[in-house]
Design a protein around this ligand. Structure first.
Ligand code: UDP
Length: 232
């Protein structure tokens, strides 16, 4: 299997999404979306999670890094598409648990999944706004009780990765961090039109629509500079 270390975090280069999905189910591992921001902000905790699980190139910054390390065929695998590919490939025989986003968004997400995949077994779900330690404990207890095969966590980083690390200790499953993907799926946030996605300019579209993201997008520039100057 092709993988390299970027800032100490392991990232894989897959030839297809099927290959990635097969590997996740075979090893019951978690899928960690890698982008410039996460590479720059790797901590000992998230690095460990990356190493134990499957980092995939969700952002163009991660694709640049893989290419620089010799994987010329590296492609971007957007997390907001991958989670639906996972459901598409496995919904007939796997069970799912969803955590994340605002209450109305998670409810719409579940309802839309149930109409798109009739009979899908969503064993439970909850919004991503956990208020205290007790709510975290209740969630983990519920995961242990319901034993889902796949758990999607859409709470933004590093919050979702930290929660995944805790849940993994309590119950083995395929976990995936999804960022704002439920918002996109439920129609609360619009994804960039195809042209922007195809030309690897999704980040520019998001910046145009939400200028406040500049403080986050600047990481891509910083990361590109560090790559060019051989720091990664
Ligand atoms: N969110 C959440 N719990 C929180 C804070 C945020 O569930 O305590 C959700 C929020 O509603 C949104 C997502 O996490 O759906 C954040 O998406 P963002 O765009 O920041 O993530 P990215 O895709 O950029 O990683």
């Amino acid at each position: 299997m092709n993988s390299v270390y970027i800032n100490g975090g392991k990232t894989y280069c897959f030839s297809s999404r099927e290959e990635l999905i097969d590997l996740a189910f075979a090893g019951k591992k978690s899928l960690i979306a890698v982008n410039a921001e996460k590479i720059l902000h790797t901590t000992d905790k998230t690095r460990d999670l990356f190493i134990r699980n499957i980092g995939f190139s969700d952002g163009i910054g991660a694709v640049w890094a893989l290419k620089k390390k010799g994987f010329k065929n590296a492609i971007k695998i957007p997390g907001c598409e991958l989670w639906l590919d996972i459901i598409g490939a496995s919904w007939h025989d796997k069970t799912f648990y969803l955590v994340g986003a605002r209450q109305e968004v998670i409810e719409k997400t579940v309802a839309t999944l149930q109409s798109e995949f009739p009979g899908i077994r969503i064993v439970n779900y909850r919004n991503g706004y956990l208020r205290n330690g007790l709510e975290y404990q209740d969630l983990i207890n519920d995961i242990v009780l319901r034993k889902p095969d796949v758990v999607f966590v859409a709470m933004g980083s590093p919050r979702q990765e930290e929660l995944i690390a805790q849940m993994q200790e309590a119950h083995t499953a395929v976990y995936m961090g999804l960022g704002g993907s439920f918002d996109v799926y439920a129609g609360a946030v619009k994804r960039a039109p195809d042209w922007w996605v195809r030309n690897n300019l999704e980040w520019a579209y998001r910046l145009m629509k939400q200028p406040s993201r500049i403080t986050r997008q600047i990481h891509l520039v910083k990361f590109a500079w560090m790559l060019m100057t051989g720091r990664y």
